[in-house]
Design a protein around this ligand. Structure first.
Ligand SMILES: [Zn+2]
Ligand SMILES: [Zn+2]
Length: 116
């Protein structure tokens, strides 16, 4: 069902890092874009820094396992055929391909180094 009336601003909140931002659209085909179909249903907002109407930003999506809202930041979610939040990724890490496991391990090392 299409809603044509202007709805009040909706807010996307990442349930992992708490990132909070207004979004204008949720789905796979952002409006005012030519032939863009996203790989997943996303929270999308118009790019506030671009005068180009077709420019948009993907804020986040929902985890395909636990349905948490997570942002696309690499600390919060991973896209591997579907969107997974980091807590699900860590829980099911052995089911991801070795390449992804290796990438995540590398990232963990880097963040540890940054903290100390
Ligand atoms: Zn986040
Ligand atoms: Zn999850």
């Amino acid at each position: 069902m299409e809603q044509t009336s202007e709805s009040p601003q909706k807010t996307f909140t990442c349930q992992l890092c708490g990132l909070c931002s207004a979004f204008t659209y949720y789905g796979q085909k952002p409006p005012n874009t030519r032939a863009i179909v996203l790989l997943e249903e996303c929270f999308v907002t118009k790019d506030p820094f671009s005068p180009d109407k077709e420019k948009f930003l993907v804020l986040g999506s929902t985890c395909s396992l636990c349905s948490k809202c997570v942002c696309v930041g690499s600390d919060c979610s991973l896209f591997y055929t579907k969107r997974f939040c980091m807590s699900c990724v860590n829980k099911h890490l052995d089911q991801f391909p070795h390449q992804i496991q290796a990438e995540l391990a590398k990232k963990k090392q880097n963040s540890k180094a940054a903290v100390s």
